[in-house]
Design a protein around this ligand. Sequence first.
Ligand SMILES: *Cc1c(COP(=O)(O)O)cnc(C)c1O
Length: 242
Amino acid sequence: MPNIDSDFSRRLSAVESRIHTAATRSGRTRSAVTLVAVSKKFSGARIREAYQAGLRVFGENYVQEFSEKRPELADLEGAQFHLIGHLQSNKTRLACDLFQVIQTADSVKLLKRLDASAAERGQKTEVLLEIKLSDEDSKSGASEEELPQLLAAAKQCRSLNVTGLMTVPPWSEDAETSRPYFRRLAELARQFEGEHPLPKLSMGMSGDLEVAIEEGATMVRVGTALFGARPKPQAVEAPLAS
Ligand SMILES: *Cc1c(COP(=O)(O)O)cnc(C)c1O
């Protein structure tokens, strides 16, 4: 029987060494990069195991899915949960209850709703702006042209702390394909730093984290390389032809 614990430790060491090598190669330190363990589709038990192996920052994609896992994780002291999937504006209250960081704010409307939800709770919520740098229809994220208006809106949001940018490049087997997207995100953060400091850059996943770190990522979001392949969704019966 495979020992799940040591499997996880082995994968974690491999990811750690990739991060370390990429950081060193680009003249950065390991501590400049936060590893966000992407636990979507995995159980609370798997999150606990990752916590026990030393991980503290977790990324989840779905508000509903995480609200079901959250109660059993209440005792994980110091664990931080980030929302890295698209947020619907009718779920901002629940999102503010569940997540310390929302990485996917991508409209003025959403910023305002998040601000109101955080204010109601008397808390300050950290937010990253998700920027879509490709022209894929299937992805969420604001365009780079919208960034100035998002930053202007962010200034009015007293219960939000907008600390950086996040992006998801088009999927590719070749990590180098992601480089221009990562470079552009870093450029945008620099371009607007006079108006609004944006020190955090969330970019890079299992397949391209080295390239992201070389281009200045301060957070890499890693799922598969840590937890293995995600469980497939339950087979659904084919709908009747109409
Ligand atoms: C699923 C997901 C990841 C992790 O992807 P892996 O390739 O499994 O590392 C990172 N970021 C976002 C936004 C995701 O949805």
